[in-house]
Design a protein around this ligand. Structure first.
Ligand SMILES: Cc1ncc(C[n+]2csc(CCOP(=O)(O)OP(=O)(O)O)c2C)c(N)n1
Ligand code: SF4
Length: 468
């Protein structure tokens, strides 16, 4: 028997206090009569009733509901405008046991984010989207939305939406219903109390569909925006009931029989291609290298980062590699973020590296101040420039480009000299893993030979000059 709790009670899935505004911790930031507040409550109740608070992750959008993470005591990720389905996809795939609830307004979902929602639904991603259709851009002050109705006035259509100028409103549920993917699609409204009870049921059913691994579930909620519509809360609710529901008919649009459609099966975990060596043992000591590799485009910055990540993978670590580069193929700046960790990697961004690999002086100047105290700095140059000295980091400066030319006959092998130096200094990764990574990423025999020479040269030079 489900536990009986009065509806008025604050949901357990809300924080006891909303700490966004110190002087008002019991109210949300929504306007009186706004549908967002009501739908938040329905979602929180569903999370409570389904017993999933510990594994629920809410994706909040850009729009009036951008601060949803101040209210839901669940996992929370706030994402860029329109990108909730892409982020929800990533989270659900990485954490199949999480219950992912993606929350979007009509500007967010049906304008800037149209491609994301269509493709997520077509791929039948197993997460739930709650789509708040208030037929307007609320947060930005009332511009026309794709779902604004014909004749509806907005700041960008002061004379009302015209089919000649702005075309017809987008019926998102019906569009999604043309796709094979979705498991569950329903449209509900907040037009009166009975409708709100239906909305509660729909939200619960959609989340349940996800829990049953039935695939993509979607609930559109026709929702009042009294402030921007210029109506009082009661009139706004009536407008939802009397006008919006004429254009957007309510009801279950798809409830796919789980037995007639294959349940999406997650792909098998990553396996090394046959012939690859078995994973090397994880280190006894926990490892958490946050590495920034930076230099000019063409210096092999990205390849060096990729090699570190690939070798880390071969060594059984959790890794990430995130490149960032300008549009030029040559001589623009580029850098990448690499993480090598014995724990799961939470974010691929490296803001405060504990290892900075600077292949040129501008990169040293740009990133030196970001290095964590106690971290390592490897610089391709005769010496660290005097005005860059930092007493709280360990710095290694060697002229790696000259060394690459002298020993491997090619300045392009500078990155491999650097790899040899870093390896020798930090014993970052097992030599076999580095070798395996080089074989996976460098496909020319000639370059493999050159790069091995450069790697060894870097390693020896560090031993001769720097090892104490
Ligand atoms: C990339 C980008 N483009 C535009 C904006 C401006 N912007 C913020 S919210 C919004 C639309 C919000 O409308 P909706 O999604 O319907 O949500 P509501 O505020 O009505 O809940 C826009 C266009 C932005 N923040 N980022
Ligand atoms: S502007 Fe509209 S959507 Fe935004 S909080 Fe106010 S009533 Fe809600």
């Amino acid at each position: 028997m489900p536990e009986y709790r009065p509806v008025q009670e604050r949901s357990r899935s809300f924080f006891p206090l909303f700490e966004r505004k110190p002087d008002n911790q019991n109210a949300t930031h929504y306007c009186p009569g706004c549908g967002h507040g009501i739908v938040h409550k329905l979602i929180a109740r569903a999370i409570d009733d389904l017993g999933i608070q510990d594994r629920a992750i809410l994706i909040s959008p850009v729009g009036c509901s951008v601060f949803a993470y101040f209210y839901f005591d669940t996992g929370n990720v706030q994402v860029a405008h329109g990108r909730a389905p892409a982020v929800a996809t990533a989270i659900k795939r990485a954490r199949p046991d999480a219950i992912v609830i993606s929350y979007q307004g009509d500007g967010d979902l049906a304008a800037i984010g149209t491609a994301e929602i269509l493709h997520a639904a077509a791929r039948d991603e197993n997460f739930t989207t709650i789509f708040i259709n208030n037929a307007i851009y609320g947060m930005t002050g009332g511009q026309l939305a794709p779902t604004s109705m014909v004749g509806q006035k907005s700041t960008t259509t002061p004379a009302g939406r015209s089919i000649w100028n702005e075309g017809y409103p987008l019926h998102v549920c019906e569009v999604l219903n043309t796709l094979d993917g979705p498991a569950y699609i329903e449209r509900v409204a907040l037009g009166d109390n009975k409708m709100i009870l239906y909305a509660a049921k729909a939200i619960r059913a959609a989340i349940q569909a996800q829990m049953d691994r039935r695939g993509f579930s979607f609930v559109e909620v026709l929702s009042p925006c009294p402030t921007v519509w210029g109506k009082d809360p009661v009139a706004a609710q009536q407008w939802v009931r009397d006008e919006m529901t004429k254009v957007y008919p309510l009801g279950v649009i798809r409830d796919r029989d789980p037995w007639t459609h294959p349940i999406p099966v997650p792909p098998p975990p990553f396996a090394f291609p046959s012939g690859a060596p078995p994973l090397l043992a994880k280190p006894d000591e926990p490892v958490d290298y946050r590495i920034k590799v930076a230099g000019f485009g063409g210096q092999g910055v990205l390849l060096l980062g990729e090699l570190l990540a690939e070798a880390g993978l071969q060594a059984g670590l959790s890794v990430s590699w995130l490149p960032s580069y300008g549009p030029e193929m040559r001589s623009g700046t580029s850098h990448c973020h690499v993480r090598l960790s014995s724990e799961e990697v939470d974010s691929p961004l490296v803001t405060n590296p504990n290892v900075l690999i600077a292949l040129n002086e501008p990169s040293l100047r740009k990133f030196l101040h970001t290095v964590e105290p106690g971290g390592w700095v490897f610089f391709n140059g005769d010496a660290i420039p005097a005005d860059c000295a930092r007493a709280d980091v360990r710095a290694v400066a060697l002229p790696m480009t000259s060394l690459a030319v002298q020993t491997a006959g090619d300045a392009k092998a500078t990155n491999m000299v650097m790899l040899g130096v870093v390896q020798q200094a930090l014993h970052l990764l097992p030599a076999a893993a580095v070798d395996q990574a080089m074989h996976s990423l460098i496909h020319s025999e000639r370059w493999l030979a050159i790069d091995h020479m450069a790697l060894n040269a870097g390693s020896h030079r560090y031993q001769e000059r720097c090892h104490v």
